[in-house]
Design a binder for this molecule. Structure first.
Ligand SMILES: C[S@@+](CC[C@H](N)C(=O)[O-])C[C@H]1O[C@@H](n2cnc3c(N)ncnc32)[C@H](O)[C@@H]1O
Ligand code: SF4
Ligand code: SF4
Length: 375
């Protein structure tokens, strides 16, 4: 999930100005019906990833979904429909998978750009091919996701990933961008912060900035929705619960409880503003859910009318479960200044219990810890 992070304010801020202006306008066909107005389309053009990150369903849930590659023909139909009937303005070529594994990725980007839509990629960058063709196709945003600077740190949370290969690909990417004068594509490094990797933020930030890339940090969280619900409702196996409690800087259960205290947001924009389509062309309820074999699979997108989509997304049982805990706010906390501030404090307080993090952060909150907490 773009989730994660980054779909709304953050992704939108990275899109070209003309597209941002269009995002401010509702898609009229949808708005007239009083229903949601999708603005962003997310498509998994591949049904696989080369890594097994334990905080992502690809690493923690097993192979429940369809594999394979999407054809450019199906993708073209999806884009045509989403643009004509839903008025989308931007396309994210990732949700739960790794789009750089698709040998025709440049053609997918060209299809999006021919429609004059914003286009974003996000990659673990362990595999990089066709990089010149990808840049020539002109994506607006290219995010590199990682969680460390050294292998021993990175490998814990980007399981099966090789950080030296990522760094080499980052150098090659920077060189290709320079060679092609591909100024339009913003490249950013997105550092997932856990308890064990805080001391590696600075070296990675320096490395990324020396290559001319933007640098962003985020508190890592636990995905997907199905697993988070199990955690909250006591059904997560002991070993996974231990991983969640020990690895995340952001204390996951406490942070969901903090989201529950926010009462003035009732609209879930992950439901209303986003269309999420898997490798087979099926529409998912939203970007936070993973298993497409049951209720969260709403149907084959190209066969659905606007009213079908609206109906399928209305009063969905998963949304009821999610709303009980305000999970949609937890996954989009960065758009809410009050919740972001609470999360910053929760994560820093949690990190204060870790010696290596304390040394790096040197926070007042750390200095106030009683001696017994200095473990
Ligand atoms: C599931 S990934 C799929 C795309 C690609 N494989 C990647 O990792 O960038 C989708 C987005 O989620 C972000 N992400 C992955 N794990 C995360 C975590 N534990 N916390 C917050 N964001 C995360 C990634 O940075 C990426 O932009
Ligand atoms: S690289 Fe991306 S899709 Fe793959 S396991 Fe990690 S977060 Fe999930
Ligand atoms: S309410 Fe929860 S389950 Fe429903 S669309 Fe929003 S994030 Fe997804």
């Amino acid at each position: 999930m773009h989730l994660w992070r980054a779909i709304n304010a953050r992704v939108v801020s990275l899109l070209p100005v003309g597209i941002r202006r269009r995002l401010a306008k509702p898609a009229s066909s949808y708005a007239h019906n009083g229903g949601p107005t999708p603005k962003i389309l997310t498509v998994d053009i591949v049904g696989a990833c080369n890594l097994r990150c334990p905080s992502c369903p690809v690493g923690n849930t097993g192979p429940v979904n369809e594999k394979g590659l999407m054809s450019t023909e199906l993708f073209q139909r999806i884009i045509n429909k989403a643009a004509a009937e839903f008025g989308i303005c931007g396309v994210l070529l990732f949700n739960w998978t790794e789009s750089l594994l698709h040998p025709q990725l440049p053609e997918f980007i060209r299809i999006v750009k021919r429609k004059k839509l914003g286009c974003m990629l996000s990659s673990n960058l362990n595999v990089m091919r066709n990089i010149e063709d990808i840049l020539k196709a002109g994506p607006d945003q290219f995010r590199i996701s990682l969680s460390g600077f050294s292998q021993s740190v990175y490998g814990k949370t980007h399981l099966h990933g090789q950080i030296e290969r990522v760094k080499e690909n980052m150098r090659l990417l920077a060189a290709a961008k320079k060679r092609l004068r591909a100024k339009k594509t913003k490249i950013s490094v997105y550092f997932h912060k856990y308890r064990h990797n805080i001391h590696e933020i600075e070296p990675m930030k320096r490395f990324a900035q020396e290559l001319g890339f933007l640098f962003e940090e985020t508190w890592a969280y636990y995905m997907p929705m199905e697993k988070l619900l199990l955690l909250l409702e006591g059904g997560l196996p002991e070993e996974e619960k231990r991983f969640v409690n020990e690895q995340f800087a952001l204390p996951i259960v406490e942070s969901v409880q903090a989201a529950k205290q926010i009462h003035d947001v009732s609209r879930c924009y992950l439901l209303e503003d986003h269309l999420v389509v898997n490798v087979k062309g099926d529409l998912a309820l939203c970007c936070t859910v993973y298993d497409m074999n049951g209720l969260n699979n709403l149907g084959h997108f190209v066969d659905m009318s606007v009213a079908d989509v609206q109906r399928a997304k209305s009063r969905h049982p998963t949304c009821d479960a999610c709303a009980k805990h305000n999970i949609f706010l937890h996954y989009t906390y960065y758009d809410l200044p009050k919740l972001s501030q609470m999360y910053e404090e929760l994560a820093l307080r949690n990190l204060a219990k870790t010696r290596s993090a304390r040394q790096v952060l040197n926070l007042p909150i750390v200095e106030n810890q009683p001696a017994s907490a200095n473990t």
